[in-house]
Design a binder for this molecule. Sequence first.
Ligand code: FEO
Ligand code: CA
Ligand code: CA
Ligand code: CA
Length: 660
Amino acid sequence: MGKPLTKKTLLKHINEDVISNESSNQALSAVWQARLSRRSLMQTGTALGAVAVLPTAWLSNEAQAGVFPRDNIGQAKHLGFSAIGLSSQDTVVVPKGYSARAFYKWGDAVGLVGRMPAFKTDATNSAIEQSFQAGMHHDGMSYFSLPMGSKRSDHGLLAMNHEYVDNGLLFKDGAANWSTEKVRKAQNAMGVSIVEIKKDAHGQWQLVRPSRYARRITANTPMSISGPGRNHTLLKTAADPRAETILGTMQNCANGETPWGTYLTCEENWADIFTTRTTPTALEKRYGIGTKDEVYRWNEQDARFNTSATPNEPNRFGWVVEIDPYDPQSTPIKHTALGRFKHEGAAVTLAPDNRVVVYMGDDQRFEYIYKFISKQPYQPGNRAANKRLLTEGVLYVARFNEDGSGDWLPLVQGEGKLTAENGFADQGELLVKTRMAADVVGATKMDRPEWIAVDPYRAGSVYCTLTNNSQRGSEGKPGVDAANPRAKNLFGHIMHWQEKQGNPTAGSFNWDILVLAGRHDTQDARFKGSMKGAEFGSPDGLSFDHRGVLWIQTDVSTSTLNMDEYAGLGNNQMVATIPGSNEFRRFLTGPNGCEITGIAFAPDNKTLFVNIQHPGEPKEGDSDPAHPQAVSSWPDGPKGGRPRASTVVITKDDGGVIGS
Ligand code: FEO
Ligand code: CA
Ligand code: CA
Ligand code: CA
């Protein structure tokens, strides 16, 4: 952040940090102070009119799976835990009265019957073994009760993403002696895990292994294509001439879950895996595909990732993928109707007429916020029909006006300038070029939209983390605007919008800023936080629990952690707030070199699952394979060999509700 793009920045979220949006959408004038102060009015409910009631399906028990709607078990009025301090300890710290335990670590067997290879601490597991084990770099995650349709909080499935890999940890000799076997192992360390978990006789969560639900989905798992991209010329390849089957998903970042009990995994930095041997096309450039890849290097062994050989292969990535965790034989589906970009997450809600609305961020500097509205309504009890809901609908992109209003601009081929003459011959082409279509309609360029969360107690009230944007206002780049009010925005902010009439299908909304993240001890307005309580920066993961508490997870880049403007802020962390209180309270701090990301609550809100991603990540380059514990030895300690991304299960020692 704030430094030249070197290999160290390349190693992490490579392209989320750079810019490929050169479109000339106008910046708005800075009136952000007004937007912040409107917040207090909002809380009274008077500024934006009456808040509508929740859609009927939210209030019924008819959703088929335990994950959705949120289990409204009683709204929190205040935060009940004792704040913890900042930390630079190589461990997970939680408040007094809580316990945290790592229990699904990179390399642990996922639990396939007859295929449960043990993790080798010197990273000598084979590519095949890795395909039966937890992937690396855990990210977004959802909990699904077992049996399906129950609200059980003692037995369920966790579906989770494995976002990327560190070749220094994945292989005993790191990236030396590069080979097809190494590429296959890396491909098998990305994707998704489905694991079965259950409380034992002592009330402790354990993995159930073997399990008939256990599954690993990797960068080579066959998936089908739905929506306007299916059978489209731009998705056809020599290996798939009808554009019906794509191999794999990768760079799976955040997530979502549907009312019918399926998991949504989002493809974020997929463009980093592709290279072209020639000059990038305009489309490749707009999505950040370049001529070299010194980090992943799959293209050296697998021509699929060299676009000079397979020009349409990248068009088959950048989608939201739906997975049915209850059916391990099911084929994942890439839903092209939801658009193609660097998808961060997919926050699902229902409109009063039961149409499905999905909010999504495109995480790169100066990219956009989107929403999808399904054509057909959710039908309680008709799971087969519901599983087709994301195949058809309208995609919109957000424009944040400087007066605090906002508009959802439809991305529909043939409307306005979205015509064949402008490069959008049909809806399929438009969706492959989603970012370019959004440029044409004049969407607002944001400071890296990460997660989005929908308030379970306030209809049409939505929050989005804008993690940071060091380039805002720098020479030749867009300046500040009302929704992105700080130049050199190193700490990020959290945006809030209220859909008109509380209806998520509305065409317009009112917005304000929940909080400017930052520090208390600075006079520099660019870095000063607007919150009471916990200082934090680079908000990323964002989720409501079942009591309406909003949880914020931070992803300060390891190149910046504890340095410069972040000096003294320690490791990445998780804080909680009740919207409207402006109080932010620190609940968790992570081990060295990690990011906190991925969050799920059991329906009774008495178990919190959190993912610790990339513990031990160095400030520059891959981890050193000769000294893998240079930064961290979490969670296994010095005898464990190397740091391992893990799921952490957090409970209250008295068995009570998390956060109460
Ligand atoms: Fe994978 Fe934008 O976080
Ligand atoms: Ca993220
Ligand atoms: Ca991030
Ligand atoms: Ca990150």
